[in-house]
Design a binder for this molecule. Structure first.
Ligand code: AMP
Length: 280
């Protein structure tokens, strides 16, 4: 496994690799867990050379404190990536990705301003911009993303379609703990008690599933029931609970198959997200 920090070197390596191999790419911010590993395993199965990037992207954090305390353990990450037979780890420097005169950003107005975009101003502009930059450096055949970050997947697919980016986007299921809690690098900030409380996100989604199984389709009824579950925990502060069309993120009054039920909840100081795609 080779570690590459230089953007130029990465581009030269890719130019050679592309002549012979298909390239699978998994962009991450590090502090790897089974969710990341599931993406890497799929890339390993489906493509000939696997590249994982680790880059904590400063421009997607609207809160400097959040950026500074984002968890890191690069040595552990490298061991995991070696075990998974990754071919290249790309570890670019922030000052090289965003030199002083950097001023070009992606904007997908309609999708950025919804759900997480409401409380995280500038977040998706940062995400879309770094993902496009990484695609332009790596030129992957297939790039892998997790359903856990539902809005991100919708935005990336839209960007790729609208800008004719030559890459196939694969979205893989959310990996959870046995308890149902979606794995996230941010879970490390939760105390044991908060981890218990954090289960309310999954429980509320399970409740939504149960209601839909019983034939309930009215979004407001489902959202109210979800809210009731979360409100049982004093420490849990709802940012949003939304039931939306999974293409345009517009609210729907009545759920249909393929709609997205998504929520963001703050447990103490840690903001968590989770979602399901309706399937009944
Ligand atoms: P991050 O390092 O948090 O930026 O995540 C890198 C990639 O891993 C993104 O495509 C995420 O959606 C994905 N990911 C994060 N958590 C999970 C999870 N629990 N299950 C599946 N994919 C995940």
């Amino acid at each position: 496994m080779k570690l590459i920090k230089s953007i130029n070197l990465m581009q030269r390596v890719i130019k050679d690799l592309k002549k012979q191999y298909t390239i699978g790419f998994v962009p991450t911010m590090g502090f790897l867990h089974e969710g990341h590993i599931s993406l890497i395993k799929s890339a390993r199965k489906e493509t000939e050379k696997v590249i994982v990037s680790i880059f904590i992207n400063p421009i997607q954090f609207n809160d400097k404190k959040d950026f500074n305390k984002y968890p890191k353990n690069i040595q552990k990450d490298i061991k995991i990536l070696e075990q998974e037979n990754v071919d290249y780890v790309f570890l670019p420097q922030s000052t090289k990705i965003y030199p002083q005169n950097f001023c070009t950003y992606i904007n997908i107005e309609n999708l950025f301003s919804k759900l997480c975009g409401k409380s995280r101003q500038g977040h998706f502009q940062g995400v879309a911009t770094i993902v496009l930059k990484l695609f332009n450096i790596i030129h992957p055949n297939i790039a892998y993303f997790g359903q856990k970050d539902a809005q991100q997947t919708i935005i990336i697919k839209k960007m790729v379609k609208d800008l004719n980016v030559d890459v196939k986007i694969k979205i893989l299921s959310t990996i959870r703990e046995n308890s149902g809690l979606a794995l996230s690098s941010r879970n490390t900030h939760l105390s044991n008690l908060e981890k218990q409380q954090a289960l309310c996100l999954y429980q509320s989604l399970k409740k939504a599933k149960d209601l839909m199984k019983k034939g309930i389709r009215k979004s407001n009824i489902i959202k109210d029931e979800m809210q009731k579950i979360i409100s049982q925990f004093k420490n849990a502060k709802i940012d949003y609970i939304a039931i939306v069309n999974s293409q345009n993120l517009e609210d729907v009054d009545f759920v249909q198959n393929k709609d997205l039920i998504a929520l963001a909840v703050k447990i103490g100081n840690t903001r968590l997200i989770d979602n399901i795609i309706c399937n009944f």
